[in-house]
Design a protein around this ligand. Structure first.
Ligand code: PMP
Length: 456
């Protein structure tokens, strides 16, 4: 599925140049030095693919930003949004409206345990902000603990909970955030020999952190059920159950952030199901509408909802539970049920992606570890499998990042749009990806990994 080399179609090239110039004129891009970027001009998208103006088609192994769980332009969701727009585009959050109640019911029925009320937001960071606010008000305690290897969003509290380098430049905007080390067997902060030992040591470290910070001052522990941006970190068995038990023992609210992994990504509706754990608050966004209209939220336990039964909850958003977004959610969840998307994600992981990626690891010395679940995987690229020296340093940029930039360019040349971060490639195609597209993606990765191998 090699893409053609530079086009000879000057009309298409002119159109791409016009779109890029218009972008450059007035769009201020996230996370970027505005003059040092060159965004691809995209002409359209469908299913697992998008394409540019010059005839290059890309298999999207990033699902946009890990959110097009049912692929681009699913006709049933597009039709539901159009139908809702024709009927009623918007209504203030304070009113009762059918489509919003229906979205909340469908979500509450799929979240684990007694997470039966849904507070709607416009995205993931706002969900995390509100989960923290609920936990603080519910407990009357100020502090919040989160993992160093984490990403929770870019608003004030969420970016300070975030452990990775994206919080630099935003640090200290929120008092009371304390970071701890979660388990990560491949690069163990605890020098453990086995996942079981890593689990035990990580739980002991977390309890020590709780004790030294003062359990009576800690409102919440916030964790990604599977670490997404930090590199598809699948916690060892027993870890989440151990955190649940710790939270119960010290009266701490357990918040699971499922913004990236909810709605089928890991082969379950919510990743917490893999370990039979129910948090007190569960944050979601992305896959709930496959990103067609922005929506996020917090699923709230009975006990925390009861905290606000007779006193007002002091938080809200103008567009909370926007009816177009709720219509998109109802249709997306409907499609996921009708087409067995969650089961397909699990099957694709177990039968195609997992085995395929492990085969690639066997052939390419630059692959240090393969990890993942469902349609959510990462390859950790290394210079040396023995020492596990990463292909590029943590937080690499510029010349230091050249090997990963070369690798990503080789993916794109092979027709694959990759999601890379640090020394990792994250593999997150739509949960609906067809088997032949998985095969095409693995073939493209096989070709591109030769570029990474050259640095081993
Ligand atoms: N939490 C997690 C786990 C995420 O992956 C993200 C976004 N990648 C967020 C929160 C923030 O979501 P948003 O960008 O919609 O605010």
């Amino acid at each position: 599925m090699d893409n053609p080399s530079p086009t000879v179609n000057t009309a298409a090239a002119d159109e791409a140049a016009r779109v890029k110039a218009a972008d450059r004129a007035h769009v201020f891009h996230s996370w970027s030095a505005q003059e040092l970027i060159d965004p691809l001009a995209v002409a359209g998208a469908e299913g697992a693919y998008f394409w540019d103006y010059e005839g290059n088609r890309y298999l999207d192994f990033s699902s946009a930003l890990v959110y097009t769980n049912i692929g681009y332009q699913h006709p049933k969701v597009v039709a539901a949004i159009q139908e809702q727009a024709g009927r009623l585009c918007t209504l203030a959050p304070g009113f009762a409206v059918d489509v919003r109640s229906e979205a909340a019911r469908l979500i509450a029925e799929r979240t684990p345990g007694d997470l039966d009320k849904v507070f709607f937001t416009n995205g993931g960071a706002e969900a995390v902000e509100n989960a923290v606010r609920m936990a603080r008000l519910h407990t009357g305690r100020p502090k919040v603990l989160s993992a160093y290897r984490s990403y929770h969003g870019a608003t004030s509290t969420a970016i300070n909970l975030t452990g990775d380098a994206r919080r630099f430049g935003n640090d200290s905007a929120t008092a009371g955030v304390v970071h701890f080390w979660g388990p990560f067997a491949y690069r163990s902060p605890f020098y453990s020999a086995t996942p079981a030992e890593e689990c035990e040591r990580a739980l002991r470290h977390l309890e020590d952190t709780v004790v030294f910070e003062g359990p009576g001052s800690i409102a919440a522990i916030v964790l990604e059920t599977v670490g997404g941006a930090p590199g598809v970190l699948v916690h060892p068995d027993g870890y989440l159950a151990g955190v649940r038990e710790l939270c119960d023992r010290y009266g701490i609210v357990f918040v699971l952030d499922e913004v990236m992994v909810g709605f089928g990504r890991t082969g379950r509706w919510f990743a917490a199901e893999h370990w039979g754990v129910t948090p007190d608050l569960l944050c979601f966004a992305k896959g709930v509408t496959s990103g067609y209209v922005p929506l996020g939220g917090v699923a709230v336990s009975g006990a925390i909802a009861a905290s606000f039964a007779r006193r007002p909850y002091p938080g809200g958003l103008t567009y909370s539970g926007h009816v177009l977004a709720c219509a998109a959610a109802v249709a997306t969840i409907g499609v996921m049920e009708e087409e067995g998307v969650v089961e397909q994600s699990a099957r694709t992981g177990a039968e195609l992606l997992g085995p395929g990626l492990r085969t690639l690891a066997g052939r390419h010395p630059s692959v240090g570890e393969v990890r993942g679940l469902g349609t959510f995987w990462a390859l950790e690229l290394v210079r040396d499998r023995e020492t596990r020296e990463p292909l590029v340093p943590y937080n690499a940029s510029g010349a230091d990042n050249a090997p990963m930039a070369e690798f990503a360019a080789a993916c794109r040349k092979a027709g694959l749009w990759p999601l890379t971060a640090g020394n990792r490639i994250h593999i997150a195609p739509p949960c609906t990806i067809a088997p032949q597209d998985v095969a095409a993606g693995l073939e493209a990765l096989d070709a591109a990994l030769a570029v990474a191998d050259a640095h081993t």
